[in-house]
Structures are given as structure tokens and as C-alpha cells.
Write a protein of this length. Structure first.
Length: 291
């Protein structure tokens, strides 16, 4: 490993020598320790934090508006019944959450890769890459959902098997954990990207399962103060049905966007680590043009 690769990005930063930024890199281009896989996603997020905050504030606001509007339509169609409003809100929010997760994934990963490559991380560039790789992203989103639902349904009949099904699901997630970074960094379609992600993750699936468990636990810890904030707001605004409905929908979508942003940033960090370990991505051959 070249010493310079661990400390900076830019023309001397190993295989990512296309960048122009100088100074300490948020993600050093070298094999990473497990502790760094836990910490570096947050350093990666901090670099384009304004861009991320602007994108996701708009996305969550739009998703909340659509969910509340469609819930109101369902409520009117069912004569304002409590059960009709509840199920309408639940189904519509799930659909909006599914779409929001795809948007967050499709913008966080290219922004994170831009930071790794030392390139400007702009919202326009992220949206352009999202549009360019929309097909592969949609394929990933659909398969991600189908596998998740299928595995959990298999584990549901017996309560004792549900934790085992959840661990199995995390293992399946770990096998394709770097799929989206492959898609956006290498312009791969879904199927080749899935095969390449499995190759990159081979032999380290259980380490990635531990990483995913950490991310899930961290999300639970983050939700606790957010719940306190939500209870404070609901206490001030009252407990009217529509007030509570709007607050619950907005809170759920915000938490989903936050959790997905952290996981997507982690995918980028793991992608760097796996490419360095398996392909010596941190080593530059003199005179060779690299990505």
C-alpha cells in the first residue's frame, strides 16, 4: 500500500486518482479495519452534508405531502372511518417509504463515491447519475424487497424461527452489500453488478452481518431522542387524529431516510475496503491510467 493513498485524495490517491481535492481524505484508500467500517460512513456523510440535507429535506417533505394527501383521499372515500384512514395511511406510507428509500440510495451512493474520488459532490450530479442508473437501481430495489418479504414470511409461522430468518436475511444482504457502489462506480447493470458484489464480499459475509447488526442497533438508538422530540411536538400540537397522522407519517419517513443514508454511505466505505483487499485498488502502477 502506498503511504500517500491512506492520507489524501487527488492525483496520488491510488486508484482514485481522478480527483482534484487535497488534504485528509474522509475515506482513506486502503484496506480498512472493522472499527473504521463503523466510523468512516459518518465522516463520508459530513463532507457533502449540506447537499444531503437539502436533497432529503425536499424528498421527505414531498413524500410526506403525497402520503398525507392520498390518506385524505382514502379517508374521504371510506366516509372518514377510523379503520379506512388507518389502513390507507399505512399502505400509502409504505409505498412512499419504498420510493423514498430508492431515492436516498440513488443519491447517497454517487455522492459518497464523488467524495472518495475527490470530485465535486453536487446535487445535480447525484440526480444525473440516479437517472442514468435508474434501471439497475430499480432492479436492486425490487429484489431487495422481494427477498426481504420472502425470507421473513418463511420465518413467521414459528416465532422461534423468526430471529434465524432475520439473521439469514442479513447474510443475504451482506452478499450483495456493495452492489450499488458497483452500479454507480462501474456503470454496471443489475445482474453483472450482483455477481461482482458477491465476489467482493466472498469470505467476509459474517463480518458484514455484524456491521449490519450494528447499523440496525444504531438506528434504534437514534430513534429514542427523536421519539422524545415527536412526543413534545405532539403534546404542543394536540392529539387530533389528523395532527397525529401527519406527525407519524413525517416521523416515519424521516427515520427511514436517515437510516438509509447511513447504510448507503457504509456501502461505499465497504466497497473501497473490498476493492483494496481483493484488487489492490490502493496501489498505483507508474504510468498506468486508473479509474
Amino acid at each position: 500500500m502506498l503511504p500517500a493513498a491512506a492520507d489524501q485524495v487527488g492525483p496520488t490517491a491510488g486508484a482514485v486518482g481522478e480527483g482534484t481535492a487535497t488534504g485528509p481524505a474522509p475515506v482513506p484508500i486502503r484496506p480498512l479495519q472493522f472499527r473504521e467500517l463503523l466510523d468512516l460512513p459518518f465522516a463520508l456523510i459530513q463532507t457533502p452534508i449540506r447537499t444531503l440535507a437539502a436533497l432529503y429535506a425536499v424528498a421527505v417533505a414531498v413524500a410526506t405531502g403525497v402520503a398525507v394527501g392520498m390518506t385524505a383521499v382514502v379517508s374521504i372515500a371510506t366516509g372518514g372511518s377510523d379503520s379506512g384512514t388507518f389502513w390507507g395511511a399505512l399502505v400509502v406510507t409504505l409505498i412512499c417509504a419504498w420510493t423514498l428509500r430508492m431515492f436516498v440510495r440513488g443519491t447517497t451512493v454517487p455522492l459518497g463515491l464523488a467524495v472518495v474520488h475527490g470530485k465535486p459532490a453536487s446535487w445535480r450530479g447525484a440526480l444525473q447519475q440516479l437517472a442514468a442508473e435508474a434501471g439497475a437501481l430499480l432492479g436492486y430495489q425490487v429484489m431487495y424487497t422481494l427477498v426481504g418479504v420472502g425470507v421473513l414470511l418463511l420465518g413467521t409461522p414459528l416465532i422461534i424461527t423468526l430471529p434465524l430468518a432475520a439473521i439469514w436475511l442479513l447474510w443475504l444482504r451482506a452478499r450483495k452489500f456493495t452492489l450499488l457502489p458497483v452500479v454507480f462506480d462501474e456503470s454496471a447493470t443489475y445482474r453483472p453488478a450482483a455477481l461482482r458484489a458477491k465476489i467482493l464480499a466472498a469470505g467476509s459475509e459474517w463480518q458484514l452481518v455484524g456491521l449490519l447488526l450494528y447499523l440496525r442497533g444504531l438506528l434504534v438508538v437514534l430513534i429514542v431522542p427523536l421519539l422524545a422530540l415527536w412526543q413534545t411536538v405532539s403534546g404542543v400540537s394536540g392529539t387530533h387524529r389528523w395532527t397525529v397522522t401527519v406527525l407519524v407519517i413525517a416521523f416515519a419517513l424521516f427515520v427511514i431516510a436517515l437510516g438509509e443514508m447511513v447504510e448507503s454511505a457504509t456501502q461505499v466505505v465497504v466497497y473501497v475496503d473490498k476493492r483494496c483487499r481483493r484488487e489492490a485498488w490502493d496501489i498505483t502502477v507508474p504510468g498506468e491510467v486508473t479509474r
